[in-house]
Design a protein around this ligand. Structure first.
Ligand code: SF4
Length: 361
């Protein structure tokens, strides 16, 4: 495999992304955490806002969790934000605010897995550390014609072994090498229809030589996501809405949302909240998580004079009346935002963060 050709291609063709303009380990750590399971164009506005509000390890370590979750609201996989926050406290308390440089030490931080440790060590500190994400796994599976499912143990071990061998051999900046493999996967060696004609390493690609590039990597049959049905009750006036906070440890723990309950009948939820006003069905929200598909029927009822509510179930630990223009400053999920839009409480927004009030220092 012609490694120099790949590095040269990366030097000429790489996308200009904000986290590629910095060697700040904290900024790279934030970007790598946000980019897990999430598209680059989705991450861009969140990354900019997060670094504006919490520009270094110490500011993140000292921030209340509510604020960190609010900055993450809409990005999904909120466990990432909680772990990043916990790890920042560890870095502040045990490492004097400086991230460790070696992948092994980075891996001991909360939420930092093998990929993220390799990314920070190689990109921020120039260490000879390998990484494998979905893009790299696909590229290596094709370059070396690996027939194993790269998401299963044996296939994962094979691609990691190859990634480590390549990193040990590469003559050039290791961070650039790792990013070149990822960029090739994102831009040329794409999941469907790899553009082998534009590929800088096509001459050494085994899958291409065998005519099976489009068939790799092989994946085992996926389980269909489980469908779960929920009802949401939006109690609102033109200016205010009732939100409940999910208890820590529950799915979406720490996030605010209109109260939800299992099933398709909204009356038990209304009864638990002491609501006696008429309920109006306003539509259905479908929200797909990694292993489940949530179908949420949204019901709306008028906010009367009442100002206090008890949590309507064990998964909630607080209920508050919130001004509609302050919903954005509370941590909330994309699902909650979809429910509020379906209920007509929030307007349609074109991009993440639009219409949300940002924290100011
Ligand atoms: Fe991927 Fe095709 Fe390049 Fe092989 S030749 S690495 S399949 S783009």
């Amino acid at each position: 495999m012609n490694k120099r050709a790949l590095l040269e291609w990366y030097g000429q063709s790489r996308r200009d992304l904000p986290w590629r303009r910095t060697r700040d380990p904290y900024a790279i750590w934030v970007s790598e955490t946000m980019l897990q399971q999430t598209r680059v164009d989705t991450v861009l506005p969140y990354y900019a806002r997060f670094l504006r509000e919490l520009p270094d390890v110490m500011s993140l370590a000292g921030a209340p969790e509510e604020r960190v979750l609010a900055l993450w609201s809409g990005l999904g996989y909120y466990r990432r934000a909680r772990m990043l926050h916990a790890a920042a406290k560890t870095v502040a308390g045990e490492h004097g605010g400086r991230l460790p440089e070696e992948a092994d030490a980075l891996r001991r931080l909360e939420g930092v897995g093998a990929y993220t440790a390799g990314a920070i060590a190689s990109i921020a500190f120039g260490k000879r550390a390998a990484l494998v994400d979905g893009n790299v796994a696909r590229v290596l599976a094709r370059l070396f014609a690996i027939e194993d499912d790269v998401k299963r143990t044996a296939g994962t071990a094979r691609v990691w072994a190859i990634a480590e061998r390549l990193v040990a051999e590469v003559d050039g900046p290791v961070g650039d090498w790792n990013q070149a493999l990822m960029e090739l996967g994102a831009m040329v060696c794409t999941p469907r229809d790899p553009r082998c004609g534009d590929c800088p390493v096509a001459a050494g690609c085994e899958a291409r030589a065998l005519g099976i590039a489009g068939e790799l990597p092989r994946v085992s049959a996926k389980r269909r996501p489980l469908t779960v049905k929920r009802v949401a009750l939006v109690i609102a006036s033109a200016s205010h809405v009732v939100l409940a906070r999910r208890r820590r440890g529950a799915l979406f723990g720490g996030l605010w949302e209109p109260p939800l309950a299992e099933g398709v009948d909204p009356r038990p939820l209304a009864s638990a909240l002491g609501i006696r006003t008429a309920l109006r069905a306003s539509g259905r929200v479908v929200h797909v998580l990694s292993h489940r598909r949530m179908e949420v029927d949204v019901f709306v009822t008028a906010l009367g004079k009442r100002r206090r509510w008890a949590p309507p179930g064990e998964e909630y630990d607080a209920v508050e009346l919130v001004r509609v223009d302050e919903v954005g400053s509370r941590p909330h999920s994309t699902l909650a935002r979809k429910v509020l839009r379906t209920a007509g409480v929030l307007p349609l927004a074109k991009a993440p963060g639009v219409g949300l009030r940002s924290h100011s220092k």
